[in-house]
Design a protein around this ligand. Structure first.
Ligand code: ADP
Ligand code: ZN
Length: 730
């Protein structure tokens, strides 16, 4: 856009003023003087205090800095420019989340040295000249170089068994010429026609509609298909179409663990793997992908939520797989929801968005129902697979020994499955051995000193751990309170404890525990998934890291150990979340020819969530949930924002909370609740209080918050965080 170019200033100085955004938590962009007008997105070196920082030209000067105080910035020559649409997206995100724009920019630039010119690695190949003096060592080197390949000087010396000075002599004589070695092989380009799937009739129809909408500009489509219906196969057709249109594609997955199987599937369809983006990449890989995205060479990028801030110059399609996942909400730093921001980015880029899920978020569902989003449905599993049978096991009526968690019906079903040579999965969304350790003598509970949270026993590692701050201690022998011996008991189950019980009942079965404590990093997760896929593991006992997305054809039984864990009145999304999670878990069963069975253990079989799961009446559940939210004007029928105050100084937190509450502006359609102690009153040693703003949909909640926060001086010791559209309430 040319309107960001500055007209020559009227003063005699031949300099041009522009706003430059620096990647720091400053309130706004600052004016700088430049030698020439530069387009938005241009990288510049700009002084800030005594430092020189990399900043980005952001737009016209706003004239707030006096002439004599203005500093000079200079374009970083030879550096690529950030796409203007990314700058717009950064501004939008900053405004929406009430974050200083520089912090959002920092997130988008977070690749160390991404803009440093690539330092060419030099190699040497056979040159034109034959040296006058051809000693045997020299001859050996030249013979080696006859093949025309470039090698580093060190490699030549080593391979020809000569000293480095021999090689240097040949270089000086011109017998070897310098050539740049490419640092990386170029990224492979996915081929849209490599191996298209033979779609079934329903997939075909959905794919046709997706490809019809996608290349024509901004649109949002909910791809609503039951687990195993082939949503991936279907949206791959939209990916293929975007590739044919020469546009880039971004595929968001909620967790890195899911990318492993995904990359292989993608390669089978498109002939090569897509570029990846997540926190586990090395700095070098990050740099490479960042540059390839910016150069338009990375045609398809798969990654976690931060992929959204990559500098795509020609983004045409964004896929948000498992769009309902809470993992899309970033809870630290810049607090944003990647699914919502994906829609925003797509609108700015004039791109299409596909939100895929078997259990859409209520927000998306309502948008689809109202016609704001396109709604494509895949109501059946692909091929011979049918939806699994889901049965509730009423724990109130099944007798079991105290301290055991596998009910008789579940044990019987496991025996049948293992007898038939099939696989099973036991799901419990709790890491470790037991969530609580209690003294039987005095009732003392072992809690973290830094967090108001129970210490979780990890028996395998013989320790107690806080899942919030990472505090760990060896399991004590005496009760820390009453000093009694052998009175500490483990209460409730974690996956380790379920695995222990399982092993006593089925000592022969090959099991694996899958939780973030037992699988360290993507490689181990990958190995565990492969072992399950190859049937080396018969029974996988895991937390939600195994619940989602995976496809194990021989997995026919899923047991949900405690369906009531999600709670039903914890927060406004508890019911929705429980439904989604358990539905996803259930969806792992019977995905191929053999039918699946799901047993859900619960003490509340009459609960609407359990009933909806057992009867398969998903839409009835959504209808009920929508009514409940409407009644209380909860999202998406109203808006929410949370303010969280935290400090090591408890009094400062409470005082600030009260001051904020007193200063809350009166506004029509806005209610302010709190301050109240947060769910975890103490977290990592900080006292925490929360305030909640509830507003009607028509209210500009950001404007309200800005006006409000401008009225109160927040002490330095207190950290204030604004969470727009909060999804968790801890
Ligand atoms: P979803 O994402 O909807 O749960 P997937 O896309 O994972 O479903 O598909 C489930 C399984 O069915 C996968 O193994 C997939 O390869 C297979 N599948 C789906 N559609 C087709 C098709 N048209 N042709 C061949 N296999 C398919
Ligand atoms: Zn802690």
């Amino acid at each position: 856009m040319n309107d960001t170019l500055l007209k020559p200033p009227s003063n005699t100085h031949a300099d041009f003023r522009m706003r430059v955004l620096l990647p720091y938590p400053l309130e706004s962009a600052y004016d700088y003087a430049l030698d020439e007008p530069l387009p938005r997105g241009t990288l510049v070196a700009a002084p800030l205090g005594s430092r020189i920082c990399t900043g980005v030209v952001w737009g016209e000067a706003d004239g707030t800095i006096a002439h004599e105080r203005i500093k000079r910035a200079a374009a970083l020559d030879g550096h690529p420019r950030l796409p203007e649409s990314l700058c717009d997206f950064i501004d939008w995100t900053a405004r929406y989340t009430l974050t200083p724009p520089g912090l959002v920019l920092a997130m988008a630039l977070r690749v160390r040295d991404a803009f440093e010119p690539e330092r060419p690695r030099l190699g040497y190949a056979r040159g034109q000249i034959t040296p006058p003096r051809l000693t045997p060592p020299r001859a050996r080197v030249l013979a080696l170089a006859e093949d025309g390949l470039a090698r580093s000087a060190a490699a030549l010396a080593e391979e020809a068994n000569v000293t480095p000075s021999v090689v240097r002599g040949l270089i000086d004589a011109g017998a070897l010429k310098e050539v740049a070695l490419p640092e990386f092989a170029a990224l492979a380009c996915p081929d849209p026609d490599y191996a298209p799937a033979r779609l079934n009739a329903e997939q075909e129809q959905a794919a046709r509609q997706l490809t019809a909408t996608s290349p024509t500009g901004f649109s949002v489509t909910l791809l609503d298909g039951v687990t195993g219906s082939g949503k991936t196969e279907t949206y791959f057709e939209a990916v293929a179409e975007a590739l044919r249109q020469n546009r880039q594609v971004l595929i968001l997955l909620p967790e890195i663990a899911l990318t492993v199987q995904f990359l292989d599937r993608f390669a089978a369809r498109f002939g090569c793997r897509p570029a990846e983006w997540h926190s586990d990449l090395s700095t070098k890989e990050r740099r490479r992908v960042y540059r390839a995205v910016l150069a338009g060479e990375a045609r398809v990028v798969v990654g976690a939520r931060s992929t959204l801030f990559l500098p795509f110059p020609s983004l045409g399609l964004v896929i948000v797989d498992e769009e309902h996942e809470q993992a899309y909400k970033q809870e630290e730093g810049v607090i944003y929801h990647a699914r919502d921001m994906a829609v925003v980015r797509a609108r700015i880029e004039n791109a299409a968005v596909v939100l895929a899920s078997a259990t859409p978020s209520l927000e998306t569902y309502v948008n689809a129902e109202s016609g704001r989003y396109h709604w494509l449905k895949l109501p059946r599993r692909h091929g011979a697979a049918v939806m699994p049978e889901i049965r509730l096991v009423d724990l109130r009526n099944t007798r079991s020994e105290p301290g055991t968690w596998l009910s008789q019906p579940l044990r019987e079903a496991l025996a049948v499955t293992l007898g038939a040579g099939e696989q099973a999965m036991l799901f419990l969304n709790r890491r470790g051995y037991a969530p609580l350790t209690l003294c039987e003598a005095c009732g003392h509970k072992l809690v973290c000193q830094q967090c108001s949270a129970w210490l979780v026993e990890h028996r395998y590692h013989r320790k107690l751990a806080c899942h919030h701050c990472g505090f760990e201690m060896p399991a004590p022998l005496l009760c820390p309170q009453c000093k009694a011996e052998k009175t500490l008991v483990a209460c409730g189950p974690g996956v380790e404890r379920v695995a222990e019980e399982f092993a006593t009942v089925f000592p022969e079965a090959r099991t694996a525990i899958a939780s973030s404590d037992t699988l360290h990093g993507p490689l181990e997760t990958q190995a565990a998934i492969r072992a399950m896929a190859k049937r080396e593991t018969q029974v996988l006992i895991g937390t939600q890291i195994v619940a989602k997305g995976h496809h194990f054809p021989q997995l026919t039984l899923v047991g949900v150990i405690d369906a009531d864990l999600g709670g039903s009145d914890g927060d406004l999304r508890a019911r929705e979340r429980t439904f989604q999670l358990l539905h996803q878990v259930a969806g792992r069963a019977g995905r191929a020819e053999k039918p699946g069975l799901v047993l859900i253990q619960t003490r509340n079989p009459d609960d609407p969530v359990m009933q909806a799961l057992a009867s398969g009446q998903r839409d009835a559940f959504y209808a009920q949930e929508i009514e409940a939210r409407k009644r209380v004007a909860a999202p998406p029928f109203g808006r929410l924002a949370a303010i969280i105050l935290a400090s090591h100084d408890g009094n400062a937190v409470r005082e600030t909370g009260r001051a904020l509450a007193r200063a809350a502006p009166k506004a029509h359609g806005v209610k302010v609740w709190g301050p109240t102690p947060a769910f975890y009153q103490l977290l990592r040693g900080r006292t925490r209080e929360r305030l909640l703003v509830q507003a009607e949909r028509s209210v500009d909640i950001q404007a309200y918050l800005r006006a409000w926060l401008a009225r109160v001086k927040i002490p330095n010791a207190v950290r204030l965080t604004v969470d727009i559209d909060p999804v968790s309430f801890f």
